[in-house]
Design a binder for this molecule. Structure first.
Ligand code: NAP
Length: 335
């Protein structure tokens, strides 16, 4: 096999430097399954790794980043996989401490691989990726905790982000009235077009700072953290169910115990990292291909050419990215 193109992050004198390079298969972290990557995606975590923000990529040696990939197996020493299998890999150490999706090939452990379920193309799988898995786990957990559409509205913060957009579309498809909370005033029409019933500005949402505000929401998904989590808790209906997935503004939360106790709120932590068991991962991907498949995935995700990856990263920091960005890495597999 000739050399191929990869986007690697190096740490040089404490600073992140990322660039396209030509690599050979032996340059990649080893793994028994060799995948030809068709598509990857950009998440906030990938943008942080590329720009040296936070500590989510190894610094002792270069790393091909890209925490999500979908592609085709080209060789396997793991008997569970054979050449031609279409597969998805997200999370685990991919793109953080193991060479990831931003290269024409990846070598990974078989235990990280989800077979592409019937009902999804490789492109659609990356339109979903880690964000879709997070949205699916949220819907699944909230409904297992007892949430139903007839109980009231569902609020979603960070509404125009990857997780937010997919969660809006999935909840709406299941008959929920969704309140999308967003800082992007010009995206109201878009949010309604993917299923939001109501769009609320961040200012309006943050207006009432009382520990027990009027109870508005039967369910909620918080992608932002901080004051947003505090305000969601204060605005839940009695026995409301609040899923906590993100920390777009940081990890600290200052709140009161009042709504949690007086309104008996359930708080559910959402985590799709390696601690999400493979059986659960496969079950949720199966649901994403069937009853949780977003009806407006093509509106929520958009492709970019592999060559444009570097400049697309910056849009995550000026918060102009909407939905999911799918990276056309290798072969132009059918969408
Ligand atoms: N728990 C898990 O397993 C898991 C999995 C995936 C992601 N996550 C986390 O979930 C969060 C969302 O992920 P994502 O992929 O959707 O990220 P994303 O695409 O970057 O979207 C985050 C959204 O948060 C809002 N936001 C950003 N900065 C803000 C600020 N200063 N104040 C208020 N809102 C702000 C923006 O939405 P608006 O402009 O519409 O307000 C933005 O689009 C991230 O923290 C990510 O790390 C967790």
């Amino acid at each position: 096999m000739a050399t191929f193109k990869a986007f690697r992050v190096h740490t040089i004198d404490g600073k992140s430097v990322c660039r396209f390079e030509q690599l050979a298969l032996e340059d990649l972290d080893p793994g028994p399954v060799v995948i030809q990557t068709a598509y990857s995606a950009i998440t906030y975590k990938d943008a942080m790794a590329a720009r040296g923000v936070g500590k989510n990529v190894r610094t002792d040696r270069p790393c091909v980043t890209g925490i999500d990939l979908a592609g085709v197996v080209v060789a396997s020493a793991d008997s569970r996989f054979t050449e031609g299998d279409r597969v998805i890999v997200t999370n685990y150490k991919l793109g953080a401490d193991h060479d990831g999706g931003y290269a024409d090939y990846a070598r990974v452990p078989g235990d990280w691989i989800v077979p592409l379920p019937d009902g999804l193309t490789l492109y659609e799988a990356m339109g979903l990726g880690t964000s879709g898995l997070t949205a699916a786990l949220t819907v699944d957990r909230l409904e297992r905790a007892g949430l139903r559409p007839d109980m009231g509205t569902v609020a979603i913060t960070g509404a125009t982000g990857g997780v937010g957009t997919l969660a809006i579309n999935i909840f709406a498809g299941r008959g929920y009235k969704v309140v999308a909370i967003s800082g992007k005033r010009d995206q109201g029409e878009f949010l309604r077009s993917i299923g939001a019933h109501t769009v609320m500005s961040r200012e309006e949402f943050l207006e009432n700072r009382a520990p027990l505000a009027p109870s508005l929401f039967a369910g909620a998904l918080d992608n932002v953290g901080g004051i947003y989590l505090d305000r969601l808790a204060a605005k839940m209906q009695p026995a409301g169910k609040l899923a906590v997935a993100g920390m777009a503004i940081g990890i600290e939360v200052k709140t009161t115990i009042l709504p949690l106790v007086l309104r008996a709120i359930d708080i559910l932590g959402i985590n799709v990292s390696r601690q999400l068991h493979m059986d659960e991962r496969k079950r949720l991907w199966g649901r994403l291909a069937t009853d949780l498949k977003p009806s407006h995935l093509s509106r929520i995700s958009r492709p970019i050419a592999f060559e444009d990856l570097d400049k697309a990263m910056d849009r995550f920091f000026d918060v102009t990215t909407i939905g999911r960005v799918v990276v056309e890495v290798g072969s132009r597999a059918p969408r």
